[in-house]
Write a protein of this length. Structure first.
Length: 301
């Protein structure tokens, strides 16, 4: 089959529209349509159902799209490895991690990374679902459990725990609980039990929800933190978000989840990637610096 026609088919299937595919390919809609018709004629099958809302793949189109998707990913992997043979760190690095860790721990630190590697572009993909690294849905993953996929290089970065936090203003007005039973007199702020979250956090939330009388549930840690800082109650949050934050204090130090390991992983084929190595080393250095600053803060107090 003609690769040019397959490339155009893949763009149309991905976009679901001749117009949008044409824009991405810098071709007219009519030129894209002619290539699709020619491909369908050569295969003697229909690849798309056409209707007013756009294009939907037929069963035969789905089979071909699976094949072109695998081809595109292999080409991207080959291109990345070619680029990684150069001395400079440049190109695109696709990093996936959870919403909480990505938005509240990693993103604020990336300015330092860009200062060191200004020619590297990062595509930060925040999602609770696990992307397929061997299939190149991402280059690097940072996850709150050890990856189970084969052919991955993995590095344990640190361990986190879920703990209870409140603002000083809230505690001054409402008092500080001395035991878990005292939580029934306070509003609990946590992720709702239907939200995607680490199992350790879910277990702690369920335990506390069985005690308290009033709650505010949110579907992400950013919302929980904002509510805590707004003096709405006592929140359940991972310690990596809070460490060193003067706006909140820990409540009931004996109450916490079990340890949750944090792993960085990437495909075996990217072992020699300078982009991946630069990012991996940066994250490890930031964790070391974070621990050092916490120890210094502890020594001062």
């Amino acid at each position: 089959m003609d690769w040019d026609k397959l490339r155009i088919f893949h763009a149309v299937a991905d976009a679901g529209s001749l117009t949008h595919a044409g824009d991405s390919l810098h071709l007219s809609q009519s030129a894209v349509s002619r290539q699709i018709r020619a491909l369908e004629d050569s295969l003697k099958t229909t690849l798309f159902h056409r209707h007013a809302r756009g294009l939907i793949l037929t069963e035969q189109g789905e089979l071909l799209f699976d094949a072109t998707s695998a081809m595109v990913k292999r080409i991207e992997a080959a291109t990345a490895r070619i680029h990684d043979s150069e001395e400079e760190v440049f190109g695109e690095l696709r990093v996936t991690t959870t919403h909480g860790f990505g938005a509240m721990w990693l993103a604020p630190r990336l300015a330092k990374f860009y200062e060191k590697y200004p020619d590297l572009k990062i595509d930060l993909m925040l999602a609770e679902n696990v992307l397929d690294l061997p299939m190149r849905e991402a280059d690097v993953a940072i996850r709150m459990k050890e990856p189970s996929q084969a052919d991955l290089i993995r590095k344990r970065l640190m361990a986190i725990r879920m703990r209870l936090y409140a603002s000083p203003e809230y505690l001054e007005k409402n008092g500080t609980p001395e035991s878990v039973e005292d939580m029934q007199d306070h509003r609990l702020i946590c992720q709702n039990t239907q939200s995607a979250q680490v199992s350790a956090g879910l277990q702690l939330n369920q335990q506390l929800l069985s005690i308290v009388k009033t709650t505010l549930t949110v579907n992400n840690y950013f919302g929980v933190l904002q509510a805590v800082q707004s003096n709405l109650g006592i929140g359940v949050l991972p310690n990596y978000i809070i460490d060193g934050n003067p706006q909140v204090v820990r409540v009931l130090p004996e109450v916490e989840s079990v340890e949750v390991p944090v792993f960085l992983a990437y495909p075996e084929e990217l072992r020699q990637s300078k982009r991946v190595s630069a990012f991996r080393d940066f994250v490890q250095e930031e964790i070391t610096e974070h621990r050092r600053s916490l120890r210094a803060l502890s020594d001062q107090t």
